[in-house]
Design a protein around this ligand. Structure first.
Ligand code: ADP
Ligand code: MG
Length: 444
């Protein structure tokens, strides 16, 4: 499963508290939502669905309880962080559209970008792409009053997406639409979830919509009364994907979640004990990270050797020799060249992991040097410092991997490092594997 991105903990929203007209809109709701999930909040009118959604978006402050997004408590965010969160963290879609009538369709979609200081041409290009994608580009210069309901909602979805937030919140988005337009809009949310991999949280009172969700949160009288997992959803696509690419491509996604899961499962064990339990998993991750195009036999015997290496039963010299050795003789049956480069890479990653678990400035410097080398980065001096600062934040777990990627990927003028997206991704994967291995990376 993927990472939890939203955690609602005992949320209460009470209006007119203590007065005769007191309303408990939310009465102690706890919900956890995972990255890339499609969750529907379902229940009769007045049960607190919208209040819950606005609680998650930070538009509605809790009377009691907490809401965490990507591990951050919304209540403790600074004003600036909150603005940033609303600009780029979440996109919202409402039943009533809330388009600005005096602006053209294109300018409505651009609006969230205006506040980000991006230049006009870039803004318009990004907005236009979304209008094209949703089949409304010919309406770009019209005004909202000239559009049908379905078109208006597609414009508002484009607006919600224009800053590329990871989370999309939609409050009864098809409540005002005829059935054909409703279908079209629901297909768009499905696509945003499945193709764009966004977390979608949609509020509805219509049972016909439930088939779209991975999970349904049933509400009544301000309380969560049930959660259902939609078991019929997804298997075909997931199975298809898995058979084509195998585990390899998925591997980096799993790292932190599996770690977290393990931590939860083994919470009574010491760090060291957890570290030992993690070794097979580390071996697998390191394996899939470094490898390509070997036979299954060659990889599985190499994986066992890697396990021995991580358990400190063999050193890197022995690893190198055994990888090269024939399978009949207990080796992995690789050739010398591959055995050498593999061992070198494993050793380098492990050394960095051991270093950063010491948490020193030197470790950080050698990690950044290593990343610059291995990912072939061409950075100017001031960018190196910035790069190192971001790596430090990630290693100290002050930001998550997505946030690291965004910082690496963003243009220099916007405070980022200005790497190409693919390069930023590569750096993030490298950092994540090192962080995984650093986890209790003392000699076992
Ligand atoms: P839903 O979206 O499920 O229809 P809401 O979250 O909008 O429900 O509302 C839940 C309850 O809170 C309702 O009884 C509603 O009347 C009440 N409520 C919502 N906003 C306010 C407010 N500003 N003042 C008083 N009561 C409110
Ligand atoms: Mg509502």
């Amino acid at each position: 499963m993927l990472e939890s991105c939203i955690k609602v903990d005992q949320l209460r929203v009470i209006y007119n508290q203590g007065k005769s007209n007191e309303v408990r809109s939310l009465d102690g709701v706890s919900v956890e939502i995972y990255s890339q999930e499609y969750v529907i909040i379902y229940g009769p009118s007045g049960c607190g669905k919208s209040t819950l959604l606005y609680g998650i978006s930070g538009l509605q402050a809790p009377t009691y309880g907490d809401v965490f997004v990507n591990g951050k408590n919304l209540a403790t965010m600074t004003k600036k962080e909150k603005v940033q969160f609303h600009q780029t963290g979440v996109g919202m879609v409402f039943q009533a559209f809330y388009l600005i009538d005096s602006l053209t369709v294109l300018d409505n979609v651009c609006l969230p970008k205006v506040f980000r200081g991006e230049n006009l041409a870039e803004r318009r290009e990004a907005a236009m792409k979304l209008l094209q994608r949703f089949g409304i580009s010919t309406q770009a210069d019209r005004f909202p009053s000239q559009l049908s309901g379905g078109q208006k909602q597609r414009v508002s979805i484009a607006r919600a997406l224009v800053n590329n937030p990871q989370i999309i919140l939609a409050d009864e988005p098809v409540g005002n639409l005829d059935s054909e337009s409703a279908q079209n809009v629901l297909d768009i949310f499905k696509e945003i979830n499945e193709i764009d991999k966004k977390t979608v949280i949609l509020v509805t009172h219509n049972p016909d919509h439930l088939v779209y969700a991975d999970r349904i949160i049933h509400m009544k009288d301000g309380k969560k009364v049930r959660e259902d997992i939609n078991k019929d959803k997804r298997p075909p696509e997931v199975a298809k994907k898995a058979s084509v690419v195998g585990d390899l491509v998925d591997a980096p996604e799993k790292i932190s979640t599996e770690l977290r899961l393990l931590m939860r499962t083994f919470k009574d064990l010491s760090l060291k004990q957890v570290g030992v339990l993690l070794v097979p998993f580390k071996a697998k991750q390191l394996m899939t990270h470094i490898l390509s195009q070997l036979t299954e036999e060659q990889t599985s015997s190499a994986e066992s050797l890697l396990k021995e290496f991580l358990f400190n039963n063999i050193d890197s010299e022995a690893l190198r020799t055994k990888l090269d050795l024939d399978m009949e003789k207990g080796g992995a049956g690789w050739n010398k060249l591959r055995a050498n480069s593999f061992t070198e890479r494993a050793q380098e990653i492990l050394t960095n992991a051991q270093n950063i678990s010491q948490n020193t400035e030197e470790a950080l410097i050698s990690l950044t040097d290593y990343l610059i080398k291995i990912c072939n980065l061409k950075l100017e001096n001031d960018s190196v410092l910035r790069f190192r600062a971001f790596i430090k934040m990630r290693v100290e777990n002050k930001i998550d991997r997505f946030s690291l990627q965004e910082r690496l990927d963003s243009a220099k003028q916007l405070g980022g490092v200005g790497l190409y997206r693919g390069t930023a991704e590569k750096v993030v994967h490298e950092v994540e594997i090192i962080m995984l291995l650093s986890y209790s990376a003392e000699p076992y």
